[in-house]
Design a protein around this ligand. Structure first.
Ligand SMILES: *Cc1c(COP(=O)(O)O)cnc(C)c1O
Length: 448
């Protein structure tokens, strides 16, 4: 059989793909009010992405649920926007649980997938009404059972499997002897085989299904094909041993890619790769609810970071453009060499153009404000830094995922404010920026 998991993309990268939900005029008004750096979030984009991801799996012959992995962006305004879409929330910590509870999310719409799996943690999770838990170790499963017996509930228990398939992606979560999940059969109690056996015989836990998460920014979908083939064989084996064995929920994790640099397949193209196999699984083993998790895809394109060019210098045909942002607010630029598309914001009024344009320089480098070698932003193929003069603004696109959550105070830098463009087109402050005084106290300035 011919594997055709690599979707062929012929389009050239183009700035037309950027989500320009604010005009240069909007930006000039917003920076006048809130300063820079400034994060902007578009609520309509959040809803559109939720809808598109759900719709991509419309050919699945069973219920489909989309879960938002709030680790990608836990801004309460973002969580509340997704609640309007009937979103399920994929949580990994008690802190995240606190956030979604404060936002008044229904515990019915929570799936809890912990790495730590501590007894007190599970107690709090179950006490808060959450009933769907993904366990990733034998010890974690035992802790969940203990917590369940203490409060007299029987949680729907899913097993996080590490299918140990090769993943070609920016971030890999499935690899042999990895930290996440358990192998099908690793020769110890920490295996899906042993854990299914235990749950099938348990009065405290109810077997609900399986979960795997392969990685992030996946563009070669063969890993899903391979993981599903392995799941199929494993489920056949389990059904033979336990006639009552039935998968009610099957969660294929995250990984839906986002455009930063080169065009990426759409969720529909991604689903096309494996929806047939998922239908086959449902036909062979009984129908189930398909769960799709996503962090990056659901939020990345919703946000722009606006920074101001504060300094420039030129030598040896190179121009160094320094902005008032840095990797303290866009960590993945340094960590993963993430190439966020950047663009100098057009001037609204030509009289604002103060400095002479420097168009002769060949190599423009976009650098942050930190005293650190890594604080130079990789440029996307669609980045446009012409007219990068002092006083102009630079927009970083598609920064909604894994950026706000990493904001850190390196160099005593404060957190930028976040402004949301609501569904009705109005701008609204949804996170205040922090002050130096706030940071001083947070760092113990009042205790010193
Ligand atoms: C991070 C994570 C996701 C989301 O991954 P994305 O690539 O952001 O879609 C989904 N599931 C689990 C278990 C995760 O840890």
């Amino acid at each position: 059989m011919v594997e055709n998991s690599q979707v062929q993309l012929v389009e050239k990268p183009t700035t037309a793909a950027l989500n320009r939900f604010v005009t240069p005029f909007d930006i000039s008004k917003l920076v006048a009010e809130y300063g820079t750096p400034l994060y902007l979030v578009d609520e309509d984009t959040l809803h559109a992405k939720a809808k598109e991801l759900h719709g991509a799996y419309s050919k699945f012959k069973g219920p489909v649920k989309v879960a938002y992995s709030i680790k990608a962006n836990f801004t309460p305004a973002v969580v509340k926007s997704f609640m309007k879409d009937g979103m399920t929330f994929d949580l990994t910590s008690l802190g995240e649980l606190h956030f979604v509870k404060q936002c008044k999310a229904d515990p019915e719409n929570i799936i809890y997938t912990s790495v730590t799996e501590e007894p007190d943690e599970y107690l709090e999770v179950l006490q808060s009404g959450v009933r769907r838990v993904v366990v990733s170790s034998f010890n974690g499963m035992a802790n969940l059972a203990k917590a369940a017996s203490k409060i007299g509930v029987r949680p729907l228990t899913m097993i996080r499997v590490n299918p140990e398939v090769g993943v070609k992606a920016e971030v890999r979560a499935s690899y042999r002897n990895g930290k996440f999940g358990v192998p099908f059969n690793g020769g110890t109690i920490d295996s899906a085989t042993k854990m299914v056996k235990h749950i099938m015989g348990s009065d405290l836990l109810k077997f609900e299904g399986f979960h795997f998460h392969l990685g992030s920014q996946i563009t070669d979908f063969s890993c899903y094909t391979h993981a599903l083939d392995k799941m199929d064989a494993f489920m056949t084996k389990m059904k033979k041993e336990y006639p009552a064995f039935q998968v009610n929920t099957f969660d294929i994790g995250g990984g839906t890619p986002v455009f930063y640099n080169d065009p990426v397949p759409t969720p529909a193209q991604m689903a096309e790769n494996h929806v047939g196999r998922l239908n086959q699984l449902a036909e062979t083993h009984g129908t189930f609810t398909l769960m799709i998790e996503s962090g990056r895809y659901l939020v990345a394109e919703s946000s722009i970071l606006v920074s101001r060019i504060v300094n420039t210098k030129e030598y040896n045909e190179h121009k160094i453009v320094i902005v008032d942002a840095g990797y303290h607010i866009l960590l993945d630029a340094a960590l993963l060499k993430q190439e966020y598309p950047q663009e100098v914001v057009p001037v609204v009024d030509s009289k604002d153009r103060t400095t002479a344009l420097t168009t002769t320089v060949k190599n423009t480098h976009l650098a942050g404000r930190l005293c650190d070698t890594y604080d130079v932003f990789p440029l996307s193929k669609v980045s446009d830094l012409s007219e990068s003069d002092v006083g102009r603004y630079v927009s970083f696109y598609n920064v909604g995922a894994y950026s706000v959550v990493f904001n850190m105070p390196f160099h005593c830098q404060t957190k930028p404010p976040i402004v949301m463009k609501d569904g009705d087109g109005k701008f609204r402050l949804v996170r205040k920026g922090t002050s130096y005084e706030h940071l001083f106290v947070e760092e113990g300035g009042d205790l010193a």
